[in-house]
Ligand binder design. Sequence first.
Ligand SMILES: Nc1nc2c(c(=O)[nH]1)N[C@H]1C(S)=C(S)[C@@H](COP(=O)(O)O)O[C@H]1N2
Ligand SMILES: [Mo]
Length: 577
Amino acid sequence: MKDHESTRTHDVLAHSLSEADDRIRLAHWTPPRNGIFPHIRFGQRWFNTLWLLPISVAALLAIVATAQSLRELAGVQEFIRQYPGIAQAAPSVESGFPWWLRLQHFLNMFFMLFIIRAGIQILADHPRLYWKRDSTPGTEWFRFQHEVPANRIWTAKDDAVTLPQWLGIPGLRHTIGLARWWHFSVNFLWTLNGIVFYLLIFVTDQWQRIVPLTWEVFPNALSTGIQYASLNFPVDQGWTRYNGLQQLTYFVTIFIAAPVSIATGILQGPAFSNKLGWLGRVLNRQVARSIHFISFLWFVFFIVAHGVMVLVTGLRDNTNHMFAGVHDDSWSGFWLFLPAMTLLVVAWLWASPFTIKHARLVQKTGRFLIGWLKGLAEGWDPKSQLTEKDISPHFWPNGTMPASAEYDQLVAGEFADYRLRVSGLVAHPQSFSLNDLKSMRKQEQITTHFCIQGWSGVAKWGGVPMRDLMALVKPTADARYAVFYSLADGSDGGRYYDVHKVSNMHHELTILAYEMNGAALLVLHGAPLRLRCENELGFKMVKWVSAIEFVHDFKDLGAGQGGYNEDHEFFGYRMPI
Ligand SMILES: Nc1nc2c(c(=O)[nH]1)N[C@H]1C(S)=C(S)[C@@H](COP(=O)(O)O)O[C@H]1N2
Ligand SMILES: [Mo]
């Protein structure tokens, strides 16, 4: 609740901020909008991936038929005799399946569930994938949303699609704030689990199961493939040695797909992308996002194929190995497998309703688990700049436009009456006209904008460096945060605002922009003034800036989370990733 004593000293706009619910209330939430079944583009043509269903069935039948007739051939029979599936030289692992391996296998499966579902939710906030940084509509290679309508302003928020609650976490539409807490928090646990796993398999002999040590793994993998496909399975020695196909798929999953996912995840954030120079440009956000998605497809393929093989090659033996760690005729593994799967199903059903009901708790838990780690990257001063030829032909607009008589009047008067108030914990509170700001040193920069939803765009921005402005108003030693108040409200009522650490405001590329691509900033993109803070996600760059206030704490502003989307959509307030 707002304490009158403490708000009295705030900027007048502090009274226009709104409280926010601690849970998702459907009546207030972004109204639902359905996407389409995923489509892939080949050249000019879009292909509905629903076709993959009959195509896969036909392909599977053809593969089985081919494999069966291949096995009739003397040459193939000889090949399989020579390469039965397990390389002669492959070492035997004599230590069975130790408890830590079984536990880590289960944790990995459990974590993956949340990671994948929250990942799909994140994707649904901008349901398009591109190979180029500018995210121009029409250039995507994958989408599960209609074409972008050409006859109206279509913001990135308009583009987000609804997911069912059993699929995404937490389902619904534009719940990316919460999905990100799930995705990142569980990624963190999954990565820790993975690091321990890497360490333990290499200090024991377990790594020998999954790291192929001879080139013979390839003919053996081919041989295994033919044998499985012909439905006449190879001899199983899974207790001590995996066959070539297992080795290769496990190796790719553990040592390629997992690190690729982590790297391409991190590269999607402005902090790392800007820090890594040429690498950040080559593996720019859209390339990273597309590879991240392909890696996700691999995981889904692996999980399905692995699950099917566990079932068809002998559920009893397989669960005895991986759940009970025994190699006998008992059912002990199965009786551990069953409750483990039940736990998985219960967690699956619980995650979305819990998140919707306890959204603020999910936000706070996420911040506790991973917020501090993400925040560390904020210290980097983003210096990476691009060139004129990188400027995007299309720059997605986003956010809730100003809709007030006050703003309309400012536009009508070409912002002659506009004043930027700078107040709070500063030695010299001051108010600036647009001409005042334009008469100060102008800084130009060509940078990438990273919207939390997933799109990016490059533009040239011109404006006043925040450090020059701060040199005039002189924030006091007490000032820890800069609050930016907008002239526009947010989507659920109450004024849009956002809070930044003062240290962030000293970065070289933090400016108050009044120009975009060499022309006066358009209303759509934040006229007369918008923040550019290049090491943060887009939502932190307040458009239509009305006032800046330096404060010691932001707990008493709005719902106390450090900004409009932080309050209303459960985002984090430090967002360099
Ligand atoms: N006042 C205000 N500023 C805002 C928003 C908003 O809704 N209101 N949206 C933010 C978001 S989510 C993004 S991605 C950028 C979009 O800037 P653009 O419209 O220039 O692309 O503005 C940010 N600033
Ligand atoms: Mo955004």
